[in-house]
Design a protein. Structure first.
Length: 287
């Protein structure tokens, strides 16, 4: 096994990374509570839990064989056991057919890291086995960072971030940055590389989320403006029509039933009434 010595700065950064990992691994807890309450997991995808199980299985064994430090043990084994708990909940509340499909896959993924690293270090020299195991772990870890990309594409198309784990993306970005620094201080390329790439990918996700929300807000503002103009125009037209109808009705009423009163005529926005009186200069009756 490699030496477990590390600088104080590396220890601090690793400890911060462990704390962030705890929060990231706990990201599935609200969904687990919902599954337990509904007692039906068949409507939800369990692949996120399976991917976490595989990634932490590999990292746990990398920690045991290559980098046996307390921080890495806590970071990776906590995630491994959290993933096992999530899979148990999914299997317990799934349909019998789904359970028969899920359990063998979960067992295989959970044991894969132990069998894989065990064979590598039994069959190959330490440096070669550590390199191959590290490369494999890095490749799988990158797929874990890329998992939200599909949801991000749908979010861009629909201008809706409700399906994208925004808080998780932010935590992944911060955690990847912290572990990038820790990998640099530890002089461990297998910790540095996936986290540096993961930081870039998580950063892109955050920028896309900001863009989606900006576009959605702009689209909503334009929609409200259009609706406001439409209702204002229709309201003015209705008011004008009502005023015209009222004037017409009053005109008809006055012209048909009133004697000695001229019909009311609209003028400059007002209604004027003109009284008709006999003129003193004219004879009252015709000769």
């Amino acid at each position: 096994m490699a030496s477990a010595e590390q600088s104080p700065a590396a220890s601090v950064m690793s400890a911060v990374g462990v704390a962030i990992n705890f929060v990231v691994f706990a990201g599935e807890v609200p969904l687990m509570r919902k599954l337990i309450k509904e007692r039906d997991s068949s409507k939800y995808s369990y692949w996120s839990a399976l991917s976490l199980l595989l990634v932490t299985s590999l990292w746990s064994n990398y920690t045991m064989y290559v980098r046996p430090t307390v921080q890495l043990f806590l970071a990776n084994f906590s995630g491994f056991f959290a993933a096992i708990g999530y899979v148990i909940v999914y299997a317990w509340f799934h349909t019998p057919a789904g359970r028969r499909r899920l359990v063998p896959i979960a067992v295989g993924l959970g044991l894969f890291g132990y069998l894989y690293f065990g064979v590598l270090f039994l069959a190959l020299p330490f440096d070669v086995a550590a390199s191959i195991g590290g490369v494999t772990t890095v490749a799988v870890n990158l797929s874990f960072f890329a998992a939200p990309m599909r949801q991000l594409v749908v979010a861009v198309r629909e201008l809706d971030t409700s399906r994208v784990p925004v808080a998780l993306s932010v935590l992944q970005f911060v955690g990847a940055c912290v572990w990038t620094v820790a990998g640099t201080l530890l002089h461990d390329d297998f910790i540095l590389t996936p986290n540096a790439i993961g930081a870039v990918m998580a950063g892109v996700q955050i920028l896309v989320i900001i863009y989606i929300r900006w576009k959605a807000r702009a689209a909503g503002a334009h929609k409200e403006l259009d609706e406001g103009e439409g209702s204002g125009s229709s309201g003015s037209g209705a008011a004008a029509a009502a005023a015209g109808a009222a004037a017409t009705a009053e005109l008809s009423h006055d012209s048909s039933g009133a004697t000695g009163t001229a019909p009311t005529l609209p003028f400059a926005g007002e209604l004027h009434t003109v009284e008709l009186t006999p003129s003193a200069d004219l004879p009252a009756t015709a000769p």
